[in-house]
Design a protein around this ligand. Sequence first.
Ligand SMILES: [Cu+2]
Length: 352
Amino acid sequence: MGSAQVRIKKKRADIRLAFTTVLSSLVGLSFLAHPAIADEVIQTPTLFKPISEPAFSIMDFGLLIIWICAGIFFIVFGLLIYTIIRYRAKAGDESLEPAQIYGSEQLELAWTITPVLIVIVLGLITAGRIVALDKTTPPEGSLGIRVIGHQWWWELEYDGYDFITANELHIPVDQTAFLTLQSEDVIHSFWVPQLSGKTDLIPNRTNHLWMHPQETGLYVGQCAEYCGTQHAHMLLRVFVHTRADFERWAAEQQQAADQVASVDLGRTTFEQTACVNCHTVRGVTEIGQFGPDLTHLMSRTTIGAGAAANNRENLVAWITNPDHFKPGARMPAMKLNPQQIELVADYLTTLK
Ligand SMILES: [Cu+2]
């Protein structure tokens, strides 16, 4: 094979290498922007619009790391591209290889010391942030909330209030919410990226997490630790309210369930089927603890921890067979006849 042919081959190999490197970097970057599960009721959780401490400091730190990595990326690629252009074979150059140079003390020291320094600085900042994040006792004036993870939904209890709700957390703006995290079964993880970092809910252990939101609105998140088949449908919705709106919501939650006379038949159907073994409706039946409290079911925007929008049609489908939205859900299909299902759905939609 002639030397010109070898050179052409080498050049092609160089181009291929550069191309694959750029391509794989792009693939890597695309993961940063990958969309979450699409659904009518699911918004995409985002890291990039924090509205609360500690999410602010997590975001700042994340950006610092991204900038450092971007710097390294551009330096390395800059040098690579420079080298490819500067040292490519020139016309008339018959040698197959460029001059071979080995060893440079300065260079080796530089590329050993620089990364070590970067790692030390990042390590120190990380340690500082972790210490600031880790609060095990409630800060002065905070609102205490107990969060219990279940396969595959969240139970929520508020300190100083007498009600239990599920899946949709309501908190006031400009106040620290101090969460106590526990699990009823396996490990789950509470994660609403705009508000706070991830914290696991571990069986037989109590963890804590806090947030101090500065803007009202709806912030979404999800269980961030694989916890079984319906892990993907264990979503979180956090409503941050003005203080007045929060108090109004909490006062409504404290009320016993509405008893609407026109749905008496639906209520008795509910009371006479196994629903009551798993669900509490305060003021009507308070035995069931296994499933979400239904006292104010209709105050929630979703059912099944974000598996579907909360409306009559979806309730009918859910009661007929929860597997329709959430295959494997811990609520069995109750085998009610269509008429009973309609009656129970009529009743449930009055639980405002
Ligand atoms: Cu999970």
